[in-house]
Design a protein around this ligand. Structure first.
Ligand code: SF4
Ligand code: F3S
Length: 106
């Protein structure tokens, strides 16, 4: 499966959802996750993310391993998103900021 990692938090560009052939992105208040039970590993979403937040589960950057479980957990309660929407107005300011996990809203 592919995994949305920390840098999506507060950036949430949503370009990723447009290319997914199986609609496995789920949306929360300031983050998106991939449902690991639906993802078919097509790889299409990875290059679409302007924040470079998407990785295959076996190639997660150091420190991002916990996002595998976070994606699985939150995909169960968050609704599916299939259409791109406007990113937060301050998305660019947050892109690349370390330690964003504390701001993850559930
Ligand atoms: Fe969807 Fe493909 Fe990305 Fe999996 S790898 S989330 S199937 S676009
Ligand atoms: Fe997040 Fe990147 Fe998608 S910032 S919403 S994973 S395009």
């Amino acid at each position: 499966t592919f995994v949305v990692t920390e840098n999506c938090i507060k950036c949430k560009y949503t370009d990723c959802v447009e290319v997914c052939p199986v609609d496995c992105f789920h949306e929360g208040p300031n983050f998106l996750v991939i449902d690991p039970d639906e993802c078919i590993d097509c790889t299409l979403c990875e290059p679409e993310c302007p924040a470079e937040a998407i990785y295959p589960e076996d190639d997660l950057p150091e420190g991002q391993e916990e996002f595998l479980e976070i994606n699985a957990e939150l995909a169960r309660s968050w609704p599916v998103l299939t259409t791109r929407k406007e990113a937060p107005a301050d998305a660019e300011e947050w892109d690349g900021k370390p330690g964003k996990k504390q701001y993850l809203e559930r």
